[in-house]
Design a protein around this ligand. Structure first.
Ligand code: FES
Length: 147
């Protein structure tokens, strides 16, 4: 259930080639997407490290979205398929830790999908608002995506 006055913090780990380019395109086209989304560029979702995702939650993220190339289009061949398995494993870890595996989602986008980027960003924002704050969110501490 959503919480009144809750402003989510969502870290979006985006592959340089596709999802990051799609987010960039959305910005260039002035397509609106929520301020809760903090885009972080990574070379490929195949580089995803479960520890980095857990660290994002520990530093105050309420949700994490992993955004990579379309299936079959990863520039490192199967990076996004490896990422999908790691996301599933991370979901299990988060569920066992009581944080909730549903706080992490993976999306596939091409660099031309600026509109789709804005759509999935809004979808993720709504999903995390519905879940409410992460139980790991530090009270009054620094937030994910801020320095
Ligand atoms: Fe985009 Fe691998 S290069 S997911």
């Amino acid at each position: 259930m959503g919480e009144l006055g809750f402003e989510p913090r969502i870290v979006a780990l985006c592959c340089h080639y596709c999802a990051y380019a799609a987010a960039d395109l959305a910005g260039a086209l002035r397509l609106q997407y929520p301020d809760s989304i903090h885009v972080v560029k990574i070379p490929c979702t195949g580089d995803l490290d479960v520890r980095d995702v857990l660290a994002a939650f520990e530093s105050g993220a309420d949700g994490v979205m992993i955004a990579g190339c379309m299936e079959g289009d990863c520039h490192y061949q199967t990076g996004n398929l490896r990422a999908l398995k790691r996301v599933e494993r991370t979901q299990q870890v988060l569920t066992e830790a009581g944080v909730g595996g549903e706080r992490i989602r993976m999306y596939h986008l091409s660099s031309a999908m600026g509109g789709r980027w804005a759509e999935v960003a809004r979808e993720m924002d709504a999903h995390i608002r519905q879940l409410g704050p992460s139980p790991l969110r530090p009270v009054g501490g620094a937030s994910a995506g801020e320095s």
